[in-house]
Design a protein around this ligand. Structure first.
Ligand code: ATP
Length: 217
């Protein structure tokens, strides 16, 4: 089996240390060769982000530049239409081939909403899924919507070995350093004129200040 590539999508509005620790710890806990960060262009699950997709991409590029295992994929930002994860994974499959082991990285909150994603059942044929624990969001079948709980129970494996045994199809969870940081919290702090320092990289905060982002609710 080939090396295992992580795929990390998100709005990253803005990117923060919760995202960066998730990615860093996924590499070591799951044995990934690297992670493709894929900022969403026009996220289907949310209203218009408060900054442009290009600015969110620029912040992800700044925060990941020093890490040789992190790669940033601008395709969703550059696309004209709505970004769906299933289509992004299909594109990666075409690019990387049927044998490449792919793992979609999601936080526990995002995973619990998976059954609302476009063509969500097709995701399992395209990638495995690794769910990172997040404060306030338990990862267990009992707390998931019924159809997702069914898939979770069928596909969940107790350790990461399954990720390298097949290109797609299993679900694992992993405990990361618990950081109750969210982009929502950061946006609120900035709108209120309060400090968001030490919740996100200085390079990102400098960019936000330079471009005067997140000033209005
Ligand atoms: P918002 O507050 O705007 O909803 P967010 O902080 O959840 O944003 P996203 O860009 O929506 O950030 O998240 C991208 C991915 O990172 C999702 O899978 C999400 O679950 C995960 N994630 C974000 N913050 C954390 C965190 N502190 N711990 C674990 N996972 C996280």
């Amino acid at each position: 089996m080939s090396e295992i590539l992580g795929v990390f999508g998100g709005t990253f509005d803005p990117v923060h240390f919760g995202h960066l620790r998730l990615a860093e710890e996924a590499i070591s806990h799951l044995g990934l060769s690297g992670i493709r960060w894929i900022p969403a262009g026009r996220p289907p699950h949310r209203g218009t982000p408060e900054v442009t997709a290009e600015q969110r991409l620029a912040m992800v590029l700044r925060s990941t530049a020093q890490n040789t295992r992190f790669f940033v994929d601008p395709a969703e930002v550059e696309a004209e239409r709505t970004s769906y994860t299933v289509e992004t994974l299909e594109r990666l499959r075409t690019e990387l081939g049927a044998d490449q082991a792919l793992v979609l990285l999601v936080g526990a909150d995002a995973f619990s909403g998976l059954a609302s994603w476009h063509r969500w059942r097709d995701l399992f044929a395209l990638a495995s899924i690794a769910v990172a624990h997040r404060p306030g969001f338990p990862v267990e079948a009992a707390s998931l919507p019924r159809e997702l709980a069914f898939e979770y129970s069928a596909r969940h494996r107790p350790n990461a070995a399954c990720l390298g045994e097949a290109p797609a199809g299993c679900i694992v969870s992993f405990a990361m350093t618990q950081l109750a940081i969210s982009a929502t919290q950061i946006r609120q702090l900035l709108v209120n004129g309060q400090s968001a320092r030490y919740l996100l990289p200085d390079a990102v905060l400098d960019y936000i200040q330079l471009h005067q982002l997140y000033r209005n609710a």
